[in-house]
Design a protein. Structure first.
Length: 517
């Protein structure tokens, strides 16, 4: 039974919850969480708050699918609410909504609280974790990941897919130490790194194997020298591949002769979370006061060869992961190489496009990096484009072949390797921070001062889009948001309007926006 606020029966609880739902209120150290699953535990609610600061109280109203979390101060609570405003919080696979509560504190009856051992255990375990972390050095943007029980191979691209679920991954370096596969993963900020550690530590990539053990690294920045299957800097796609067989320790800065010193400086294998909560003997999932955390394997069940291939894992005798996508169920009347170059170019630098001569509703799209193929698959697969739901999967082809000289092609194959329209060719380009799924609102940039709102709206209307709203950025009139009738319309408009000439010297830049007007 959950603790209840003083002087309040269940009806009053319900009224308070309704009040919070209608009006999220001013900043408060009490956070209101809505849409929680019925079976969620106090411990899981507490876990949402731990990365942002000390959690001092928790109240779960299971019948109402709501919970309250009290932080030690408003700063921690504000950081948490702001963070989950930009990315969706999840509990047991369900999206939950995080906002400030109208309550300034959770007044719970002490004897009633003590009658709820799970809430008290969750709070005590949270405090133990804070104390443990304090003795081992503060949180960091760089995580050290150890993969235990590695029955199936784990690649850099698989780690990227998993850790990108929590937030933007900047850099990854993989290496083997003491016969154990390990990785260093850098996030842009400490909050995201903390959230990744709390979410993924102790989880299995596959059923009962490939268990992630995560701790904070003592390195504050990864200096990646090469982009290959051992290391990658996602902010700089132009790094050389180096020698793939080279020990990936070379990818972590340091003067010649002392390359191994960063590893020697790192702390031992015990994870603060594992030490605080203990590990479940079955499946390797971590527990809170003896209660197993019921997270699912990150990559589903024990993988088949096909599943491993789709995840970019290479088994003996199989070709290495490639950068070529197969796009099917295209509208034959509308599709062109340039259209696919523009659409897929939102998620990576397209090198070549080939529409199949005998099956023109199919095309091959070659990206410059394997992780760009994963971005394109996750954002574009099953998207309705030109009236048809397209499918985007990895191709069996390693490259897109150009037609031989003199061979008829009808303009169905194009090479874009030297295109000036690549969005990610600049090292550290801001475009990496603005990759979003297709949405009905488009972000426009590079607008010349001579062009007004009506001219832009007319241009989009002429391209077949129905404009619902338009807004210039108040502090930068070179940028604007334009809201169209649907996501499908926005996809078609982006294809037609990206690089549209607005004046003699200005071409419009179009991308999908996370905002609405």
């Amino acid at each position: 039974m959950s603790p209840a606020p003083n002087h309040a029966d269940n009806n009053n609880d319900a009224k308070k919850v309704k009040l919070d739902t209608k009006n999220p209120g001013a900043p408060s150290r009490v956070i209101h969480i809505r849409n929680i699953p019925n079976e969620v535990t106090e411990a899981e609610i507490v876990h949402l708050g731990i990365p942002f600061g000390k959690v001092t109280n928790v109240l779960v109203l299971k019948g109402k699918n709501q919970a309250f979390l009290e932080m030690s101060d408003e700063v921690s609570a504000t950081t948490m609410v702001n963070y989950f405003t930009n990315c969706t919080a999840q509990l047991r696979g369900r999206a939950v909504y995080v906002q400030f509560s109208n309550h300034k504190e959770l007044k719970t009856d002490q004897t009633h609280s003590n009658a709820n051992p799970s809430a008290q255990a969750a709070l005590q375990a949270a405090q133990a974790l804070v104390n443990q972390t304090d003795t081992q050095g503060g949180p960091n943007t760089v995580l050290r990941v150890i993969v235990e029980h590695m029955i199936y191979p784990v690649t850099l691209d698989v780690l990227y897919q998993i850790f990108s679920r929590v937030g933007k991954v900047l850099k990854i370096v993989t290496f083997t130490k003491n016969n154990t596969f390990q990785a260093l993963i850098q996030y842009p900020d400490v909050v995201t790194a903390q959230a990744a550690k709390m979410t993924l530590d102790g989880q299995n990539i596959y059923n009962a194997c490939c268990t992630l053990r995560i701790e904070y690294s003592k390195l504050s920045n990864l200096n990646v020298k090469y982009n290959n299957d051992k290391s990658r800097d996602y902010t700089n796609p132009n790094l050389p591949t180096g020698d793939p067989a080279l020990d990936s320790a070379l990818a972590i800065g340091g003067a010649p002769g002392v390359l191994a010193s960063p590893f020697a400086a790192m702390h031992g294998l015990s994870s603060p979370l594992t030490a605080a909560y203990g590990a479940s003997p079955a499946g390797g999932k971590w527990c809170v006061a003896g209660m197993p955390f019921t997270g699912m394997p990150l990559a589903g069940v024990t993988p088949t060869a096909a599943a491993l291939g789709a995840a970019g894992i290479r088994l003996p005798g199989q070709p290495s992961p490639n950068c070529v996508l197969l796009v099917s169920n295209l509208n034959e009347e509308m599709v062109t190489p340039d259209a696919l170059f523009t659409l897929f170019g939102v998620y990576g630098d397209v090198q070549r496009v080939k529409i199949l001569f005998n099956k023109k509703d199919n095309a091959l799209v070659q990206m410059s990096e394997p992780h760009q193929t994963q971005l394109a698959i996750s954002h574009l697969d099953k998207m309705k484009t030109w009236g048809k739901q397209i499918r985007v999967t990895l191709s069996k082809h390693q490259t897109v072949q150009l037609p031989k000289e003199g061979q008829p092609d009808a303009g169905l194959t194009k090479d874009y390797s030297n295109s000036p329209l690549h969005r990610f060719k600049k090292p550290g380009s801001k475009n990496y921070q603005n990759i979003y799924p297709p949405s009905a609102t488009l972000h426009l940039s590079n607008i010349p001062p001579t062009v007004d709102e009506e001219q832009i709206k007319d241009a989009f209307a002429h391209a077949g889009a129905s404009v619902k709203a338009f807004k210039f950025f108040p502090k930068d009139r070179k940028m604007a948001l334009i809201q169209l009738g649907s996501v499908e319309e926005a996809i078609a408009a982006l294809i037609k309007m990206h690089n549209f000439q607005l004046s003699d010297s200005s071409h419009l830049r179009v991308s999908f926006s996370k905002s609405t007007i």
